[in-house]
Design a binder for this molecule. Structure first.
Ligand SMILES: [Mg+2]
Length: 258
């Protein structure tokens, strides 16, 4: 039996220490310290979008885009629950198009401008998943889980290529048995995504833990029947405001494999 010990106490399920066969990890802000790259991506998209729009409402557009992306007004941090931190690329693209529509562009034109914004920003930014570092102490936790034959998997709204690039860059591909990405259906935060990933892994949700940095991750895991649901708050400069329905940790060294 393998249990997870948080600050000295075993994590419980149905009144006893949960017996864990698999741990499902969110990527951005949980496995990966993604904020520096996402911050730069948000700023670059905002710059291209304002320039392409050519609208006289440049300042209003910049403000709308910043709010949509979850960019802090000082441009030094992100809202961990904002669009760029949490949502898949297509949702970010739509949020960009909505901001363009709000300053007067027709919807077809707004979509074209949003797509061009994303294309230009991609040319300016290296693949975020290959430049982002693992969160501090993560590699030791993964090593301990693998030593106890616990299966690890990723469930993220990044695309499969982005997740794979992160795992490859940090020599983690062998340690993660499966990926459930924005390319899969259903995708996060549908609880069906957790159940489908569990099926792929050959485990049942009641023998799994799920660790994420967003309330949507935690609600999804509870709804899917996951035994141990844990919040992780160490991935962002701004404190992650997690609901009290699950325990959380700020550093991986608070969690031990028992
Ligand atoms: Mg996340």
């Amino acid at each position: 039996m393998v249990s997870l010990i948080l600050r000295g106490e075993p994590l419980m399920s149905a009144g006893q220490p949960a017996d864990i066969e698999a741990v499902l990890f969110d990527k951005d802000g949980t496995l990966s310290h993604s904020e520096p790259h996402l911050l730069s991506l948000a700023t670059i998209r905002l710059g291209h979008c304002v320039r392409l729009s050519g609208s006289s409402h440049g300042e209003v557009l910049a403000d709308l885009l910043g709010r949509a992306y979850g960019l802090h007004p000082d441009h030094h941090s992100l809202n961990p629950a904002g669009t760029i931190a949490v949502a898949a690329r297509d949702h970010n693209l739509l949020s960009t198009a909505v901001a363009l529509a709000q300053v007067g562009h027709g919807w077809p034109e707004a979509l074209v401008l949003a797509e061009e914004t994303f294309r230009l920003a991609d040319l300016d930014t290296p693949s975020g998943s290959s430049v982002a570092h693992p969160t501090p102490g993560l590699l030791e936790l993964i090593r301990d889980l693998r030593q106890r034959q616990v299966t690890c998997a990723v469930i993220s709204n990044d695309d499969t290529a982005g997740i794979q690039a992160f795992l490859d860059t940090h020599q983690l591909s062998e340690d993660f048995a499966a990926i459930w990405s924005a390319d899969h259906r259903p995708r996060k935060p549908d609880p069906g995504s957790v159940q489908a990933l569990c099926q792929t892994l050959g485990v049942i949700p009641t023998r799994c833990a799920l660790i994420g940095d967003a309330n949507s991750d935690l609600r999804m895991a509870h709804a899917a029947g996951v035994a141990v649901v844990l919040g992780y708050r160490g991935g962002w400069r701004q404190a992650v405001d997690l609901e009290q329905t699950s325990p959380w940790l700020d550093h991986w060294h608070e969690l031990r494999v028992g």
